[in-house]
Design a binder for this molecule. Sequence first.
Ligand SMILES: Nc1ncnc2c1ncn2[C@@H]1O[C@H](COP(=O)(O)OP(=O)(O)OP(=O)(O)O)[C@@H](O)[C@H]1O
Ligand SMILES: Nc1ncnc2c1ncn2[C@@H]1O[C@H](COP(=O)(O)OP(=O)(O)OP(=O)(O)O)[C@@H](O)[C@H]1O
Ligand SMILES: [Mg+2]
Ligand SMILES: [Mg+2]
Lengths: 224, 224
Amino acid sequence: VLETESLQKRYLLGNVPVDALCGVDLAVSKGEFLTVLGPSGSGKSTLLNMLAALDTPTSGTVRIAGTDVSTLSDSQRSLLRRKIGIVFQFFNLIGRLDARENVELPLSISNTPRLERKKKAEELLELVGLNDRMHHRPNELSGGERQRVALARALAPNPQYLLMDEPTGNIDSKTAKELMDLVETLNKEREVTIVMVTHDRSLAKYARRTLHLLDGKIVKEVSK
Amino acid sequence: VLETESLQKRYLLGNVPVDALCGVDLAVSKGEFLTVLGPSGSGKSTLLNMLAALDTPTSGTVRIAGTDVSTLSDSQRSLLRRKIGIVFQFFNLIGRLDARENVELPLSISNTPRLERKKKAEELLELVGLNDRMHHRPNELSGGERQRVALARALAPNPQYLLMDEPTGNIDSKTAKELMDLVETLNKEREVTIVMVTHDRSLAKYARRTLHLLDGKIVKEVSK
Ligand SMILES: Nc1ncnc2c1ncn2[C@@H]1O[C@H](COP(=O)(O)OP(=O)(O)OP(=O)(O)O)[C@@H](O)[C@H]1O
Ligand SMILES: Nc1ncnc2c1ncn2[C@@H]1O[C@H](COP(=O)(O)OP(=O)(O)OP(=O)(O)O)[C@@H](O)[C@H]1O
Ligand SMILES: [Mg+2]
Ligand SMILES: [Mg+2]
């Protein structure tokens, strides 16, 4: 359901090229839980942005549910994105909205009625342990609380794909385990396809397959 | 050299009070390496902000090198801050400056000559492994690279105190070890006093003493 073929991404800094991805071939099947490990700067976040159709490759293809993303119009692409929940490495929460409003945002984009949106957002914030922080804005929350709001927002539209970039980087091990158990249940019960980028090797146990990225290439693959 | 007495910090959200710190007594001696652990939302970042004299307590005192911070004028306080290097949880890099300029910033505030600033910034960026990312702005760097720029910037003014909030949250274990070895050398050779907030229990081995914070109070203390 998620595929890349000879995927390359080259950034240009002034006229200096930086190759973030140098030919990545990847195939993730429906309901799979895949982990991506790799050193800082190896291209993990860049790969996630490609899989979420948020950025365009320099060359190569990205296919989501069999469709080549580069052939889609802007409106087709944003319809596709509604099926993808993404937890960014630095959250990208909206500063002037409170926690509940941030979680409601993807639902208001897809025209869910106001009361239903509100109820869904409150349920998700309770699920991640933030029932008494619903009206805090991002700068009134701790680092780990912001990360949990970002996860709740990614889950709001009941996505078929969940892409997570360091989902527990700012959270203690106990809270991290609770969140991972939640994510694992989604994977097992609702067949949500999950790609998780992490540095925390202890999280690799949740996934069936682990890819190691180095300088923009997959150098190792480990399956259980 | 760093002390707090019955330190309280209460935030007001509208008219709802949130107690982030509820009476913290702490004494850190010169050249000590102290780790602070605790669940998400327990008050760790708030405590660091108090120790860095960046925020004022609701009640209680903060003393840095024997001086009660609340008795200082603004200009005395900013002179004191030059001795303190801080690595924020989300870096607070300046978006329109590149990596080198961000690292130079504390040196330009203290009127270090331009060429000397430039050389020092380049040395530090090499030390943290970013010699080929010097002219990237924060949004042209990966998460872990930004974190390393933030560490290099905190070290630029040769601080006597180094306060670090999740210094390895976005970095792989190999890079993290290299950075921690660097920090440990500063502590042993230059007697830099270090307070490090982390969720990563494997980092506690670098410190002699570990404090556990829960709901704004110190609930446990472990010394080697
Ligand atoms: N401006 C604010 N207004 C209201 N509450 C706040 C504000 N800033 C922080 N808080 C609350 O204070 C508590 C402590 O926050 P702090 O950032 O110190 O936690 P932390 O231990 O660093 O957590 P983490 O490990 O998640 O970063 C949190 O529960 C947070 O919601
Ligand atoms: N806009 C940009 N312009 C130039 N180079 C960039 C840009 N964005 C990213 N890079 C470079 O591309 C490389 C890959 O970045 P990416 O964010 O994918 O790494 P990562 O594996 O997620 O690292 P981390 O674990 O530190 O978050 C990095 O070396 C980075 O410096
Ligand atoms: Mg990244
Ligand atoms: Mg914090």
